[in-house]
Write a protein that binds this ligand. Sequence first.
Ligand SMILES: [Mg+2]
Length: 282
Amino acid sequence: MKRRLCDFYRAHREKFDAFLFDVDGTLSLAGSPLPGARELLAELKRDGFPYLILTNDSSLSCEEKARHQRRHGLEVDAREILSAGNALQSWAKKHYRGELFFQCGSLGDPDFAAEASIATTHDFCRLEECAGVLLGEGDYEWHASIEALFNYFLKHETAPLVVPNPDGYWPWKDFCGIGSGGVARFLELLLKEAGKKPEIVYLGKPYAPIYEAVPEKLCALYPKREFSLARIAGIGDLLSSDICGANSNGLVSILLLTGLTTEKQSREATGDLAPKFIFDAL
Ligand SMILES: [Mg+2]
């Protein structure tokens, strides 16, 4: 018999303040909603049960991501989305001092870097003026960019490489795309060969910055509620991102076997990678 998250929710909802849903491989796959996704979100809405969509995808703004999901049949409001790109705001408050940053690729429209008031350029000719690099996503010239960044970090070892989306790859039907985390680690490997250790700042799951933004985002949406991370479930399909992030940031981890993780991998996982609960479907 299939273990379903919706049954667990109905039996245990009073034990939780909120649910955080991953998108790709959890609520949808290759743009289409997974079975039960529409029904579960509608049920939570009817119950007034708080939830957010927690996504590492920073190539689309929250407005674009919501439009994209709605076009494919999943009713999502932009205000319900917390993206790794949003975590740039808290990073900027703590670390940004008005300098120019080089930006690779896209960080959505409106742009997450602009929303965080970070001055950026895509112009290679200005790379030497930059205090660090923001690694975005989407289509951009990888060869020219990686080569330019490799040379930049050879000279500026202490400059930060800020990576909103730590994902190495992401699922799309029977195909996987390469994420900006994958590009960052490729660059890190090359620099290590050259004897350099760049400062890489990851913002999305499993890293703390995106989780630090959760209580404020929930309180803005549900002003009369109180939220404790220990009573919030982080729900997703990837052990190294959703499950490790939930466990290491004090949330309850819930794995769905609807995306990248197999039953065998879930049973063999240990430490922060081991999910507290496992379900076959929504
Ligand atoms: Mg996923």
